[in-house]
Design a protein around this ligand. Sequence first.
Ligand code: ATP
Length: 317
Amino acid sequence: LGPTICVGEILVEIMARSVGDGFREPIDLVGPFASGAPAIFIGQCAKIGGSAGLIGAVGRDDFGRLNLDRLKADGADISAIVVDDLYPTGSAFVRYRSDGSRDFVYNIATSAAARFGWSEAVETLVHRAGHLHVMGSALSMGSAVDVIERALPIIKARGGSLSFDPNLRKEIVYDADTERRFRDLVAAADLLLPSGEELERAAGVEGEDAAIRRLFEMDVKEIALKCGAAGAKVFRPGAAPIFAAAFVVDEIDPTGAGDCFGGAYVASRRLGLGPEEALTIANAAGARNVTRQGPMEGAGTREELGRFIAETARRSR
Ligand code: ATP
């Protein structure tokens, strides 16, 4: 029924090589790496053979070129990505602290990242699309919200579906409007891809079982719960939960694991695989991605993920 599409921020990430406290002294950096949650998601989707397109914007500069080249090489449709003449491509400097938390210096607000809107190219892509994936991080970006609100009814009217990754971020302000949009997306989603506390936040109730029950009452048809280094689970109404034990890997850089998991899960389901097989592939996509520095560098093709699954041990429960 047409490609999976996603809307939102495209940026480059430049990472500190050393663990430490922020950027207040000269340190060794590595990058730029292609990034932005929607870009990571769509890149992984396309890489395993799912038809996928991204709506967003980059600047007319090397960082923008790097992102476009990367998405194109992964097989994504980049026809609805604006190349902006005025503002530079968005960027984020990232440094891990020893407790695993991260410090960021962003240039998104004064970048090209949000400089897109409904256009002929967007309209063409949306009218071909069979699935919309929404990242919670897009809810604070006015241009993304506008496109999502116009695209969703068109895609649903064609019999298409919606997935939602709550993607809660501490730098996003959940004002009344953002909160309402968040609730509306949970209620409209066919598939939800939360991680950790996002499950309870999406359901509005505490406890995993109660949250799952509440979401099913809201007509969510499938929940793929990401559990980091503890693996992942899938819940569907009337079916036993499916658990995937995590693959044993050396975690080099956890950024992007959730987006790769999501891209692989959505693409696999849309390619007609069952939830169990899709979960295995997504669990592998997330795990493989943490073994490389850079948010998209560990994304795998179907063959690479197949090899990874065959060769990698899994944790015992
Ligand atoms: P992010 O927002 O940083 O992209 P997330 O919180 O949405 O991540 P995670 O739960 O961290 O998502 O990771 C997604 C999936 O990737 C996990 O459910 C698991 O399948 C896999 N994964 C992540 N980290 C590891 C790890 N250290 N070892 C094995 N698998 C992992």
